[in-house]
Design a protein around this ligand. Structure first.
Ligand code: C2E
Ligand code: MG
Ligand code: MG
Length: 426
């Protein structure tokens, strides 16, 4: 049973129905996986310890320990495998089980409602979601994705040094127009290129920067680097239209702003001065603030945001749907864009609830006269759903992963800036 010498990815299945367990095992094997299944929770936990699966498929409803109890146990054991939840229960129960597992810190790949087709299972097994493989490298990773090496312990002195040595880099993720597929702009996302740990994702260091008074420096470095790149990018002959219209001036760059910086007038003045020096119009810059940050001090936010809008800068409400703001608070602040949080977009394909939330946010945005962007689009079905429901702009791995500046030119060469998505949608 323990074919530990094989280099294939390993899938461990726990299902009280042997027929279903065998079927999943067979489909996985045909997709090139090493797969084992068991009907007993006890045996399952021994297998988890000894066989170290990369992916685990768990049935939700089982006699004895049910799927939720099994996942709680897995979370306690700090299980890093990707998890697929399978069940004949209705979508809402499956969604709730998925949410509960995610909140326990498990790496949920997706839910598989029974009955399922081989293609549905194969899609999950080959999902772009990164899975640490038993060989220690990362599966499904394409160029430009940050490798989240196992929680490097970072301290403020490291970060201070990284800022002094300019180890923080900007990666760029394209945003496209949902209707015609043309390029709308890029979001700049911070990456720390650590000499020992490699690329570190911002979730590991933005909070560190915020709690040690380093966020202003980080934001200024990110703004300087990305504005310099963006200005040069917009001037490229293939971006400037031959007809004389400067298409480059229609492109936008989104910068993430920390909650702590809302009242930092000097920071915004510095960014404004970079824009002037680099010939970038304020209308081309979108400051992204999260819902909670904008609501923390609504009066200060109102002042700063109104002044920024008066200068022509665009303002985006990032990760919308995860905070608790009321419509009234929203209407008070002069945002120009609303970004549907990726947690709803990522689950839109399998969750009716998520689709309802996504649609309501698009409708709310439009009724307030805001542009709507959905981020976290990983599959064509979700993209089509968003377009059909009037979402304006799209961002996600389906279109492109965040990438270093050098890769953007290549990406543009392959896709062009007009109608990137036309062929795929035809
Ligand atoms: P965010 O601003 O909401 O950025 C979107 C995040 O979603 C990025 O994660 C991006 O890589 C990820 N993403 C985009 N498309 C997909 C997709 O299709 N699937 C999945 N699973 N993820 C997708 P990233 O780069 O790890 O950044 C995380 C957060 O860190 C950002 O969330 C932002 O809040 C913060 N951040 C990043 N750069 C900066 C920065 O320069 N300053 C500040 N203050 N915060 C930053
Ligand atoms: Mg953002
Ligand atoms: Mg976001």
């Amino acid at each position: 049973m323990n074919e530990t010498s094989s280099s294939a990815n390993r899938l461990l299945i726990l299902d009280d129905d042997p027929m279903i367990g065998q079927t999943i095992r067979r489909i996985a094997k045909m997709a090139g996986w090493d797969a084992e299944f068991t009907t007993e929770a006890e045996l399952f936990f021994i297998q988890v310890e000894n066989w170290c699966p990369d992916m685990i498929a768990i049935d939700l409803i089982m006699p004895g320990q049910d799927g939720v109890q099994v996942m709680t146990q897995l979370a306690k054991r700090d299980c890093r495998a990707g998890i697929i939840i399978t069940s004949g229960m209705g979508g809402r129960v499956l969604d709730a089980a998925g949410r509960s597992a995610t909140e326990h810190g498990l790496n949920i790949i997706g839910v598989l409602p029974k009955p399922f087709s081989p293609a549905q299972l194969r899609n999950l097994l080959t999902s772009e979601t990164s899975v640490e493989t038993n060989a220690g490298n990362t599966a499904g990773i394409s160029a430009g994705i940050v490798q989240n090496r196992s929680n490097p312990s970072l301290n403020p002195a490291d970060l201070q040094q990284a800022l002094a040595q300019e180890q923080i880099q900007a990666f760029y993720q394209p945003k496209i127009n949902c209707c015609n597929g043309s390029l709308s702009g890029f979001e700049a996302l911070a990456r720390w290129q650590h000499p020992t740990f490699g690329f570190i994702a911002p979730d590991h260091f933005i909070m560190l920067a915020e709690s040690h008074q380093l966020i202003e420096k980080l934001t200024i470095q990110m703004a300087k680097t990305s504005l310099t790149w963006f200005s040069a990018f917009c001037q490229k002959p293939e971006i400037r239209s031959p007809s004389g219209i400067n298409q480059g001036q229609l492109l936008k760059l989104s910068l993430n702003i920390s909650a702590l910086s809302i009242g930092d007038i000097a920071l915004f003045e510095q960014i404004e001065s970079y824009c002037q020096d680099l010939n970038i119009l304020p209308e081309q810059i979108i400051f992204e603030l999260t819902e909670t940050s904008a609501m923390e001090d609504p009066t200060a936010s109102l002042d700063t945001l109104t002044r920024l809008r008066m200068k022509g800068f665009q303002l985006s409400l990032d990760d919308f749907g995860t905070g608790f703001s009321s419509m009234l608070q929203l209407v008070r602040l002069p945002f120009t864009e609303i970004k549907v949080d990726k947690s709803f977009v990522l689950t839109a394909r399998q969750s009716q609830e998520s689709r309802t939330v996504v649609k309501s946010i698009i409708d709310l945005g439009h009724s307030l006269g805001l542009a709507t962007t959905a981020e976290g689009i990983e599959d064509q079905e979700t993209f089509i759903y968003l377009r059909e429901n009037g979402c304006d702009l799209a961002q996600g791995y389906l279109i492109a992963h965040p990438m270093p500046a050098n890769d953007v030119d290549n990406w543009i060469k392959h896709t062009g800036i007009d109608g990137l998505f036309r062929e795929k949608n035809a």
